[in-house]
Write a protein that binds this ligand. Structure first.
Ligand SMILES: [Zn+2]
Length: 304
């Protein structure tokens, strides 16, 4: 059995996978999900994951383990940088620690990179000649899957569309991205970025789903905030695909699920800003939802 694991800031999911002749690795057990011991940090997470793997595999042999995790993951499977959602996560040698504790080969990659592998092999990017994925949620993550596989990058940050600079009105151009940069699309088009813009314009602090509900009720300001975010993202994707020239751009994450109008606006802004050629790339919604990271992690697990 191959184990797929999704480690997020608030919850961890673990599931068993087996080989299917048509689809590659497919999930064969229920996902076992539990809250992340985020305050205790890496060692507690390793202990909790080991317990969960025992539950999932039911005493059977674990051939390989794949992990998609929050944070930037270096080529050796260590966390090189992360938000403080998980205590001491940056610097934690997750791949080595888990392999030691489980006695099985472990492959650790970034969670959006893992989700992109699932979309590429079993979802919205299946059969495409190159795929760029963007996941719009608490931040804006991304990933590049070329015909020969996922491009992780020398430092594990390949596909970081959220840190592309886009032209912004002066009131937004000064807003600092979580990475420290200015003018980055993540600062203005992520969930928290949209909530902040709505607050700055209206004086009302609302979670994104309520901003979206207000937009549906005819609140013009709420609608403009969300659709402007979609347009900034579309332009950043146009810049990225001038370099990559991939066939499909997959848009996922919680923000992208606000509705079809959002995705249509991302696509329209993309086509308006892209070069002739890459402008023909299809901009499509992700298909694998919250299971994508779990599945992609199992797909990249290497049996040695
Ligand atoms: Zn940034």
């Amino acid at each position: 059995m191959i184990i797929g694991i999704d480690i997020g800031g608030t919850k961890i999911a673990v599931a068993g996978f087996m080989l299917d002749a048509g689809l590659g690795r497919v999930r064969v057990t229920e996902a076992h999900t539990f809250p992340t011991p985020a305050r205790e940090g890496g060692p507690a997470i390793v202990r909790a994951v080991v317990d969960a793997v025992r539950v999932v595999c039911g005493g059977g042999v674990v051939d390989a383990v794949g992990v998609g995790t929050a944070g930037v993951v270096g080529p050796d499977g260590a966390i090189t940088s992360a938000t403080d959602a998980i205590s001491g996560w940056a610097g934690f040698r997750l791949q080595d620690e888990l392999a030691h504790a489980l006695g099985a080969p472990v492959t650790v990659i970034n969670d959006v990179h893992a989700a992109a592998v699932a979309e590429s092999e079993q979802g919205a990017g299946r059969g495409a000649d190159g795929m760029l994925m963007v996941a719009v949620g608490t931040g804006i993550g991304g990933a590049v899957v070329l015909p020969d596989g996922l491009r992780r990058g020398i430092t594990g940050t390949a596909g970081s569309v959220g840190h592309m600079e886009v032209a912004l009105p002066p009131r937004l151009a000064e807003r600092r991205c979580p990475c420290g940069g200015l003018g980055h699309v993540e600062a203005v088009a992520s969930g928290p970025g949209l909530e902040r813009t709505y607050f700055e314009e209206s004086g009302v602090a609302l979670p994104l789903r309520e901003v979206h509900a207000a937009a549906l009720r005819g609140d013009v300001r709420a609608e403009r905030v969300i659709l402007d975010g979609a347009r900034y993202l579309g332009r950043a994707l146009a810049g990225a695909n001038a370099v990559l020239d991939v066939e499909v751009i997959v848009v996922g994450g919680g923000v992208a699920e606000v509705g079809e109008r959002y995705l249509a606006e991302v696509g329209a802004a993309y086509r308006a800003a892209a070069m002739p050629g890459p402008s023909r790339a299809r901009v499509v919604p992700a298909q694998r939802g919250i299971e994508a990271t779990l599945t992609g992690a199992a797909l990249v697990a290497r049996i040695v």
